[in-house]
Ligand binder design. Structure first.
Ligand SMILES: Cc1ncc(COP(=O)(O)O)c(C=O)c1O
Length: 424
């Protein structure tokens, strides 16, 4: 147990003994006009650029310039199998077997591809369960899938809300709902971490409850990949999707990830939207008309991979893989607990943290509800070089990221936040 302190000497000591301290220098930290580093707490939205990303991308540009089409085979990292360079690292990241993961497309596209295969509504079992206030793209994707199957989102899309007076869901309530309503539920599809509240769902328990009622269980890991230790294979999650531009620092709009549990790897009867990159690699270039899917997640690929964003992602994943999620998570828990400790010092009824206090129920993000003057406070934070974000109607989201944030960042944030709040 760490005894947190409001003394500056405490954070300097914490940073001095931080085993991950060296990694901050591997990222470009945006600067203030006075030349000082900004406090970048927006890694839950867009991660920072690894300094190595440029060289990784330039290598592909050089190979393209020198080799033209031959780069597919002759590039230093040949483009034909390029996505495979990310497979093992992605598998370790989400606790999967290599056959279960693939890097392709973008998150919402992958979500649709997964629902084409795994949302198979029948007249009696047609509902999709999501958390209330799920990310809008997920809601649109699910509504449109429901309509695509000629069902009505008004009755087939079910939103789970917290109890009256509470801000996050209780796992036992999710389990009881599934137990009670499971016969009519086709798919349970939650965020691994809710983007708004920062609540991390207990994926193993939810998957177990879903499977007990014959429901398919998938997760949107946009806010969980690179944030939490995940064990998708052992938890028997059916499918999951994630983006790589947040905690994974892949670059803006970078290529996304997709997990399909091994138990579905050889199920070629599942309907799917197919493309040539999902075709058996031995026969792909015979250009035959009949589709023969690659077993596992790769069989869901559509197109040949975009090399430049994947090169940037490789730069970041090399760093991630070297550090490992266990070590990142250990530091992350401390950073966020320290942030919580500092916010608790303010003691005002106008400030409360929506995110669960239990560290096992959250990632690095804290969502701070600031009554009345939240937007002005957010604007003040920005003027001090703090990157965080504002979510209507009254929430400031703050994400200290263990790969490049320091205890001193959190300390400075706490000072600025508290002083500006008192002055408003
Ligand atoms: C939880 C969640 N789902 C879906 C998306 C949409 O991702 P994309 O634009 O990559 O499809 C985001 C983007 O921020 C997100 O946070």
């Amino acid at each position: 147990m760490i005894t947190y302190s409001t003394e500056k000497s405490f954070v300097l000591q914490m940073d001095a003994k931080d085993p991950l301290a060296q990694y901050r220098d591997q990222f470009h930290i945006p600067k203030q006009t006075n030349g000082e580093d900004c406090i970048y707490f927006c890694g839950n939205s867009l991660g920072l650029a690894p300094k190595t990303a440029k060289a990784y991308v330039e290598q592909e540009l050089e190979d393209w310039a020198e080799l033209g089409v031959e780069g597919h085979f002759q590039a230093r990292h040949p483009w034909k199998p390029y996505h495979e360079f990310l497979t093992e690292q992605s598998a370790r990241l989400v606790g999967a077997k290599p056959v279960e993961v693939v890097v392709m497309n973008t998150l919402t596209v992958n979500l649709h591809l997964m629902m084409v295969s795994f949302y198979r509504p029948t007249p009696t079992k047609h509902k999709i369960v999501i958390e209330a206030n799920a990310f809008p793209s997920d809601q649109y994707a699910m509504q449109s899938q429901i309509k695509y199957h000629d069902f009505d989102p008004g009755t087939s899309l079910v939103e789970l809300s917290p109890r009256q007076g509470e801000t996050t869901l209780r796992t036992q309530d999710i389990e009881s709902f599934i137990e009670k309503e499971g016969d009519s539920i086709a798919l349970i599809m939650l965020g691994g971490v809710n983007y708004y509240t920062g609540q991390a769902f207990e994926m193993e328990r939810i998957t177990k409850a879903g499977h007990a009622k014959n429901c398919i269980v998938g997760f949107d890991l946009a806010h969980a990949a690179g944030n939490l230790v995940l064990n998708l294979h052992d938890w028997h999650v059916d499918f999951a999707v994630w983006c790589s531009y947040k905690y994974l620092n892949g670059s803006p709009g970078c290529v996304a990830g997709c997990f399909v549990h091994e138990s579905h790897a050889n199920n070629f009867d599942l309907p799917r939207f197919a493309g040539w990159w999902g075709q058996n690699k031995e026969t792909r270039f015979q250009m035959a008309p009949d589709f023969d899917a690659i077993p596992g997640a790769e069989g869901w690929q559509l197109s040949n991979p975009p090399i430049l964003p994947m090169a940037a992602l490789r730069a970041s994943m090399d760093i991630f893989d070297e550090v490992g999620m266990q070590r990142l998570r250990a530091k992350s828990e401390q950073l966020t607990c320290y942030l919580e400790f500092l916010l608790d010092q303010i003691q005002s009824a106008d400030i409360n943290i929506l995110t669960p206090r239990d560290t096992s129920q959250r990632g690095c993000q804290l969502s701070i509800r600031v009554k009345q003057k939240g937007k002005s406070l957010y604007e003040k934070l920005k003027q001090h070089g703090v990157f965080c974000d504002w979510r209507q109607p009254d929430v400031i989201r703050v994400a200290p990221v263990p790969l490049y944030n320091t205890f001193e960042d959190v300390y400075n944030f706490g000072q600025i936040f508290s002083e500006e709040f008192q002055q408003l």
